[in-house]
Design a protein around this ligand. Structure first.
Ligand code: NAP
Length: 355
């Protein structure tokens, strides 16, 4: 009989890639979308898997809704990915972040404990647990000092997982993931903001891009490789927590330079840094050390930084070109209010640019 998995947040970047990964392995996959959802399944359509997943509505603030999703899907593996994932928005609504990213994990663990304590659960944790870090590459033993409400909520979830593991014997793992990107990344995140803007500027749809701190450094990996690590964690004999990272950090400026190079431009003519856009709490060291995952899971990242940027920039350039050529296809830009002006300008672009 096929193994059954439940993925919360299947409509997000990681959820969509994980669903594809598990379907390819022969799993029966159920996935949740936010009950208040805008009916946008573009990532599942992009990967051509929407009709292969059992889709369930989920309200993470409601214990009954959570229990219902677990009861209906009867999973042996539960991947909890649903979250308010944009750390930059957390200071505007810390209560929602606390509820959705923190307390909801306890609701889920309670559902597992009561419905079937044999379910193995993955919790999507984050480098935001470490806050500014201590200047060294971060390991599972580094001090946990979150500096924004997103990290605080995820820290609550992290400890809940450990308490349910130790106290109730639930097989639950924290994947402490550093940033991971892909062409399916949300438009609010800096990497996708850069590749989307570079594509538009190259096609004459936009003139410039304004960013915050170009010197901020991040450990950026490729999302489909991170979902494999999630799965590996749940295949082990014992549950544990693992850093998933690349052991490399690159600056936002390096990302910008490479993305503009891919679309044939020198970034210096188009990108401005604005002090006002700097986050009030930028992490100091954001480089992870994935040694434990390498040694115990046999996991390692494969896609390099330059390859990742190139893939994202090429994809965004191709999307805008296809759209200008009159094609319609699964894409997040048409539903993004900030992109409306570029859409109207695109109809004024001379025919020769529509290549
Ligand atoms: P994402 O693309 O933003 O997806 C988040 C998912 O959660 C979406 O399906 C979203 O639904 C759903 N969601 C949000 N609020 C919800 C609510 N109240 N009730 C039910 N569902 C809700 O994020 P991602 O990049 O795939 O990240 C997956 C997980 O990994 C998140 O927990 C994130 O915090 C964590 N993480 C990500 C990274 C990274 O670099 N990507 C790094 C560390 C940790 P909508 O589509 O309706 O918004």
């Amino acid at each position: 009989m096929a193994k059954r998995a439940l993925i919360t947040g299947v409509t997000g970047q990681d959820g969509a890639y994980l669903a594809k990964f598990l379907l390819d392995k022969g799993y029966e996959a159920s996935g949740t979308y936010a009950a208040s959802f805008k009916d946008d399944f573009w990532r599942l359509q992009y990967l051509n898997i929407q009709d292969k997943i059992i889709l369930l509505p989920l309200d993470l603030s409601d214990c009954d809704s959570i229990s219902d999703a677990v009861q209906r899907s009867q999973p042996s593996e539960l991947y909890h990915l649903a979250a308010l994932s944009f750390a930059g928005g957390a200071f505007d609504d810390p209560i929602a972040y606390g509820d959705v990213d923190g307390l909801a994990v306890t609701r889920l663990l309670e559902a597992v404990k009561h419905i079937n304590p044999e379910i193995r659960m993955f919790q999507a944790s984050t480098m935001a647990l470490f806050g500014d870090g201590d200047g060294k590459p971060l390991t599972e033993s580094s001090p946990l000092w979150p500096t924004n409400p997103y990290g605080v909520a995820k820290l609550y979830a992290y400890w809940s997982v450990r308490v349910y593991r130790q106290h109730y014997g639930v097989f639950a793992c924290n994947g402490i993931m550093f940033n991971h990107e892909s062409p399916l990344r949300g438009l609010q995140f800096v990497t996708r903001k850069i590749t989307n803007a570079a594509a538009k500027i190259a096609l004459g749809l936009e003139k410039e891009l304004t960013l915050g701190d170009l010197d901020a450094r991040r450990d950026w990996g490729y999302a489909p490789e991170y979902v494999k690590a999630m799965w590996l964690m749940l295949q082990q004999d014992e549950p544990d927590d693992y850093i998933i990272a690349t052991n490399e950090a690159h600056s936002v400026g390096e990302f910008v330079q490479k993305a503009f190079e891919v679309v044939g431009l020198d970034w210096r003519g188009y990108v401005k840094a604005d002090e006002k856009l700097r986050r009030s709490s930028e992490a100091g060291c954001c480089q992870g050390d994935y040694s434990r995952a390498r040694d115990r899971l046999g996991w390692r990242p494969e896609t390099g930084f330059e390859q990742l940027v190139e893939m994202m920039a090429q994809e965004d350039l191709g999307r805008w070109q296809r759209w200008m050529g009159g094609e319609s296809f699964p894409w997040d830009v048409p539903n993004c209010p900030e992109e409306k002006s570029a859409f109207s300008r695109a109809s004024d672009v001379p025919e020769k640019r529509r290549n």
